[in-house]
Design a protein around this ligand. Sequence first.
Ligand SMILES: Cc1cc2nc3c(=O)[nH]c(=O)nc-3n(C[C@H](O)[C@H](O)[C@H](O)COP(=O)(O)O)c2cc1C
Length: 142
Amino acid sequence: MRYVILYWSRYGNGERIVKELTKMLKSKGSKVAVLNAKETEPRNIPDADMYIFSAPAEKFTIPKDMRNMMKGLKGMEGKKYGMINTHGMKRNWLGKMEKLLSKKKMIKVAEIDFRMGDNTEKGEGLRDGWVSELKSFVTKIQ
Ligand SMILES: Cc1cc2nc3c(=O)[nH]c(=O)nc-3n(C[C@H](O)[C@H](O)[C@H](O)COP(=O)(O)O)c2cc1C
């Protein structure tokens, strides 16, 4: 399988998830391209069998760079995707991400969210058990 992971992360927690996910997928023989939303040209995303979008909740939405990248996607109709959201408060923002991607007529395959714990600002906010949660996400996107 070929994956493209598109992500945005302020403190590195989401980036840590993306790195672990990349490792898991590559260990199963897949090809993985990782693109930071800040530096991505959304009209020209490489072809893949599955796209993964990863972003935090900020100010009751998804950060602007990530939203703009998702809004700018072209030619993604019928393509499969998975979503990852990190959040500090109880509520996750997967729904917002899905709303943006449904406008692109993409097909949702799986989603996962992680509520942050202590030391999020140091990039250490992921709670015990996050790796095994991510493993079950991987089984859904293969
Ligand atoms: C400016 C700012 C606004 C935030 N607003 C929210 C929010 O509205 N809801 C929420 O659940 N978490 C909020 N958070 C917490 C972030 O979701 C958390 O820092 C993030 O998931 C950590 O992931 P990252 O290290 O990949 O950026 C906010 C954080 C910052 C810095």
